[in-house]
Design a protein around this ligand. Structure first.
Ligand SMILES: *Cc1c(COP(=O)(O)O)cnc(C)c1O
Length: 434
């Protein structure tokens, strides 16, 4: 019955509650679930008729908004050719075009593209590439990763093992994970003057453990799910130098920051550096179909392919899905053929002005904006389950976590729509108490 008939809204939520597990949620103490019937531009249309402005870009993906005619057409055109084909021993135009474009637009030297299904898997692939590279160099003892506290790299086992072990959401699994090295999160904000002391501990750790470390892995400039922290490009530049000096690989996770979000196409560009291995995902397909990629330079690909195995040991079933590659190509074309730098700068400027009054509340510890990311940081953690209904009541979709309320709107948002988001943040912040 439920397969053939549309489910009435109240039944939908009842059946959802009975059977559907949502991200980071409980069945015994379910929070608010919102049924979306369709979405258009930056608007989510709810099953009960209400309309919300999306301030989250569906977890930082929906660059050009929902139901975009150009992106829809790209999927339809590809669908008429083939929805999928296995990628072992086979290639297709959408994948070749996407890999060629990515090699061109990502930081210098990243020539080889390995496609996968999600950001977490792209991180797993990056970790495996680093380990396989060192194995090929006769240094199989290099299996450790050095990373930063407050980092987030995904939910699968390898990725979890390099997420912040204390404040991150995976402390529950700590005992079951392989243990890596964690340096302090960068203490210098994006505009703060960098001092060598900011990286002294990191430098000491890299020196001390250099024979065991396969790679450094970090999020460039913005630590996302670990607290929306922005740090100095000089810090990232020093990390690259320290990796070079100690002959350690650098993996950069641009899954959240890629495709213009920080004001540069890739956040590495703030520091003018290039990693050995790069992970991208999220906005890659503009929120249409799950797809991620791990890029590496020739040093890595040559090393791995001259090694004992001669091949890289990974291969997802849906690797380089043609529908996903086609929509990624269309999204990148849309982005690069627009004046996205000005768009992002304008969004940033408006958020900076309109979120500034939040600083007046004693319990707000910081208000910061970088690119099209606006963050209000509070002294204490917020109760997301209490705040979500307030935001929905105000006609916006904003999902805070930890002690941050943040905005990452789609790039196509209008001034009025953005004002609706910022005024909702202000209203909700005003209701909080210390
Ligand atoms: C979201 C995210 C991931 C994980 O991506 P999924 O597609 O959710 O698996 C990894 N790294 C960073 C920096 C992210 O923001």
């Amino acid at each position: 019955m439920i397969y053939t008939q549309e489910i009435a809204n109240h039944d939908l939520l009842r059946l959802d509650r009975a059977h559907v597990w949502h991200p980071y949620t409980s069945f015994t103490q379910p929070g608010m679930i919102t049924a979306v019937s369709h979405a258009q531009g930056v608007e989510l249309h709810l099953a009960d008729g209400r309309v919300l402005i999306d301030g989250m870009s569906s977890w930082w993906s929906t660059l050009h908004g929902y139901n975009h005619p150009v992106l829809n057409q790209a999927v339809i055109d590809q669908l008429g050719k083939m929805a999928h084909v296995m990628f072992a021993g086979v290639t297709h135009e959408s994948a070749v075009k996407l890999a060629t474009t990515l090699a061109k637009i990502t930081p210098e030297g990243l020539n080889k593209v390995f496609f996968s299904d999600s950001g977490s898997v792209a991180v797993e692939v990056a970790l495996k590439m680093a380990i396989q590279y060192w194995h090929s160099q006769g240094q199989a003892q290099r299996t450790m990763f050095l990373t930063l506290k407050r980092g987030y790299h995904g939910d699968t086992f390898g990725a979890m093992s390099v997420c912040d072990p204390q404040s991150g959401m995976h402390h529950l699994f700590h005992h079951a994970l392989s243990h890596h090295l964690f340096a302090e999160a960068p203490p210098c904000g994006f505009d703060d003057p960098f001092q060598e002391s900011h990286i002294a501990k990191f430098a000491q750790m890299i020196q001390q453990h250099r024979q065991k470390i396969a790679a450094v892995i970090l999020e460039p400039i913005v630590q996302g799910a670990g607290g929306m922290r922005f740090y100095s490009p000089d810090y990232l530049r020093r990390v690259r130098e320290l990796c070079d000096k100690n002959e350690i690989l650098l993996i950069v996770d641009e899954i959240a920051t890629g495709f213009g979000r920080t004001g540069k196409l890739f956040a590495c560009e703030h520091a003018g550096i290039s990693p050995d291995i790069l992970c991208i995902g999220k906005a890659l397909t503009a929120g249409y179909i799950t797809l991620a990629a791990t890029l590496c330079n020739d040093k890595i690909s040559n090393g791995i392919c001259k090694g004992e195995n001669g091949i890289f040991m990974h291969g997802p079933t849906y690797m380089a899905n043609p529908l996903a590659c086609a929509v990624a190509n269309a999204s990148i074309d849309l982005l690069l053929n627009s004046d996205w730098q000005t768009t992002v700068a304008n969004i940033g400027q408006q958020m900076r002005a309109e979120l500034a009054p939040c600083k007046d509340f004693s319990y707000v510890s910081d208000v910061r904006v970088l690119g099209a990311i606006g963050v209000v940081e509070l002294e204490n953690a917020v109760d997301t389950s209490k705040l979500m209904p307030m935001f929905v009541e105000l006609g916006v979709w904003i999902r805070p976590f930890g002690n941050v309320i943040y905005l990452m709107p789609p790039f196509i948002i209008s001034k009025d729509q953005l004002s609706k988001l910022t005024s909702a943040v202000l209203k909700v912040v005003a209701t909080l108490t210390k």
